[in-house]
Design a protein around this ligand. Structure first.
Ligand SMILES: *Cc1c(COP(=O)(O)O)cnc(C)c1O
Ligand code: SF4
Length: 345
């Protein structure tokens, strides 16, 4: 049982502390990484729209003095975010750039924070809290205050799930569902487990990656969740995100009947080269995680400079297919509003 093997972890009490003390000041980030001070001004301006946030653990995997570090690029606010420019004119769909809700979340909301887009499964936008803020996040403009399916709306959420007998899987997404305390997660999941037609619970989370201490908590009962199948979809974009701290933490889940998958977002200047993607697949395999999706970037306002052309993405997948076993090649997909599933590219 996870609760028992976790009992020796000296990290157990401090994940919430590390979450609460994540770096939020551009000056601090730039000083700690010994980066040029000239980046502070732009970072501060962009952080006003979507605050900077990064854990010390994630920071420790970045290279000092390297403004192009692939992990730093995911979290450093840049002045470019405000101009909304993208030099990939070959993509031909620049006009749709800059949306606040690029994936049609508002349309698909069955009740507050509960997204029912695809047959058989629903996604709960569980919380606004994340341990790091990814600059390309498609939910950076989401109105979390109005839509929290696990707060005061929880009875309505449960009623919807109970009434819709064709729903078999509940995805806890966010924000990051693992930023919720164990006590609350335990309560939520036991209530979900009581709905007879639900058979699977899925966590879409980045916390085990950016704050590995999270998995040393003493009360991971929610991971055992009764009769439900358990799936965890991590979010790792670059092989440098996988270090020993993460490896040890994820090992704690091995042997506990939880399927581990990974989704990445294809990001210009971060992972848009075959070698990085291939190395990522192999490093995931060593951790017992299989690649699931490689997402084409959603065209959210502020993220245009991260876009990789679909043609380039297809070539990258082709190179992966030529060099990797099939199970290490992720599905390259895009979310198109109104479609009944993610669209393969
Ligand atoms: C992406 C997504 C899912 C999950 O889709 P899978 O293809 O099953 O991974 C479910 N619901 C919503 C609203 C989504 O955006
Ligand atoms: S929801 Fe996911 S992608 Fe968005 S900021 Fe949080 S961890 Fe990053």
């Amino acid at each position: 049982m996870i609760t028992k093997i976790a009992s020796t972890g000296q990290h157990s009490e401090c994940w919430q502390h590390e979450l609460a003390t994540a770096i939020r000041e551009p000056e601090t980030l730039i000083r700690l990484l010994q980066l040029p001070k000239s980046f502070i001004e732009g970072a501060k301006r962009s952080a006003r729209h979507f605050p900077l946030r990064v854990t010390k653990s994630f920071l420790s995997r970045m290279e000092l003095g390297n403004i192009n570090d692939p992990l730093l690029r995911q979290v450093l606010p840049l002045a470019t975010e405000l101009t909304g420019q993208n030099d990939n004119s070959v993509n031909g769909h620049l006009s749709s750039w800059g949306q606040l809700d690029p994936v049609g979340d508002a349309e698909a909301m069955a009740s507050p924070g509960l997204l029912h887009k695809y047959p058989g499964r629903v996604l709960l936008v569980s919380t606004a809290a994340c341990a790091i803020h990814c600059r390309y996040c498609f939910r950076q403009h989401f109105s979390y205050q109005e839509a929290n399916p696990l707060g005061s709306q929880f009875p309505a959420t449960l009623a919807y799930l109970s009434q819709n007998k064709d729903i078999h899987e509940v995805i806890l997404s966010g924000g990051d569902p693992l930023s919720i305390s164990d006590q609350r997660l335990n309560r939520i999941i036991s209530q979900l487990a009581a709905i007879p037609h639900l058979n699977t619970i899925r966590f879409h989370t980045r916390l085990p990656v950016v704050l590995p201490k999270r998995l040393y908590s003493q009360q991971l009962d929610w991971l055992q969740s009764g009769q439900l199948n358990r799936v965890m979809v991590l979010h790792i974009n670059h092989p440098n995100e996988i270090n020993d701290e993460f490896r040890s933490a994820i090992q704690r889940l091995q042997g506990h009947n939880i399927t581990l998958l990974n989704q990445s977002v294809l990001l210009k200047g971060i992972n848009d080269d075959a070698n990085s993607l291939i190395e990522l697949s192999y490093k995931l395999l060593e951790c017992g995680i299989l690649p699931y999706y490689l997402h084409q970037l959603d065209q959210v306002s502020g993220a245009a400079h991260f876009e990789v052309a679909v043609g380039t993405g297809r070539q990258l997948i082709e190179q992966m297919r030529n060099r990797l076993p099939g199970y290490l090649v992720p599905k390259y997909v895009q979310e198109i509003p109104g479609q009944a599933a993610k669209t393969p590219l």
